[in-house]
Design a protein around this ligand. Structure first.
Ligand SMILES: C[S@@+](CC[C@H](N)C(=O)[O-])C[C@H]1O[C@@H](n2cnc3c(N)ncnc32)[C@H](O)[C@@H]1O
Ligand SMILES: Nc1nc2[nH]cc(C(=O)O)c2c(=O)[nH]1
Ligand code: SF4
Ligand SMILES: [Mg+2]
Length: 217
């Protein structure tokens, strides 16, 4: 059965560095493969390779660390059909489950107990045309919508989307992040305040704890 195995890049425990869960101990299950190529992607090593594992073994490894939080990320986790039952099983085991997803993959099959953290790709990513806007129908208060911004142009794009699509009516968790080393967080904060935009500015905490290029943290 195609849902019985998954191709996995890595499984490890760390501190959640992003989202409203930042700072909490979290186990990361990073799947291999992505159908997008964001210009600034910091995880290109997860595009290829990986190890095919039985879903039951992935579940056991993810539970073994003992963290309450488990995040599915990648690569793009929703490309592999086995991820859907895996997330369900993690919820059944009492874990708080997060999935970090690109905004291109269809989120309809994600268990409603899972916290979706959905990126909407801004123009600077080169993948903005891939945003699946119908995914917004599946976003509830539990979920988070995230923008990773490379420039002022990206910021204005986000601001216009937040307003024109009334995103805060779907969830109060609207995250505005910078492409690490590309856009100054101070500039982003200035613009958010100038516009009194209701977004949560967030930085990737793990890139301050460890050297920014460190993998597996
Ligand atoms: C590597 S992606 C994997 C999950 C999924 N493919 C996605 O894009 O959401 C995980 C998160 O890291 C963010 N990210 C990747 N490269 C980044 C960078 N250079 N600076 C800031 N965030 C980055 C992505 O936007 C995404 O929110
Ligand atoms: N510490 C840490 N937190 C994270 N939150 C989301 C991550 C991701 O790569 O999706 C990530 C990551 O790579 N490391
Ligand atoms: S969708 Fe995610 S994993 Fe894929 S290239 Fe973009 S940031 Fe990287
Ligand atoms: Mg990462």
């Amino acid at each position: 059965m195609k849902e019985d195995t998954l191709v996995i890049h890595e499984i490890y425990a760390s501190i959640q560095g992003e989202s409203t869960f930042a700072g909490l101990p979290c186990t990361f299950v990073r799947t291999t493969g992505c159908n997008l190529r964001c210009t600034w992607c910091d995880t290109t090593q997860a595009f290829y390779g990986g190890t095919r594992m039985a879903r039951a073994d992935v579940l056991a490894r993810a539970l073994a660390t003992g963290t309450d939080l488990v995040e599915l990320t990648g690569g793009e986790p929703l490309l592999q059909p086995g991820v859907f039952p895996l997330m369900r099983e993690l919820c059944d085991q009492g874990r708080t489950v997060l999935v970090e997803t690109s905004g291109e993959a269809d989120v309809a099959r994600v268990d409603p107990r899972v916290h979706k953290i959905m990126d909407l790709k801004a123009p600077g990513s080169g993948e903005s045309h891939r945003n699946r806007w119908s995914n917004l129908e599946f976003i509830t208060e539990r979920d988070e919508i995230k923008f990773v911004l490379a420039s002022r142009t990206d910021y204005e794009w986000m601001r216009d989307i937040v307003r024109s699509r009334d995103l805060s009516s779907r969830t109060p968790k609207l995250l505005a992040s910078t492409v690490f080393g590309k856009l100054s967080p101070r500039d982003l904060v200035t613009w958010v305040l100038e516009d009194a935009l209701r977004v949560r500015v967030q930085l990737q905490m793990h890139k301050y704890i460890w050297a920014p290029e460190t993998q597996g943290v």
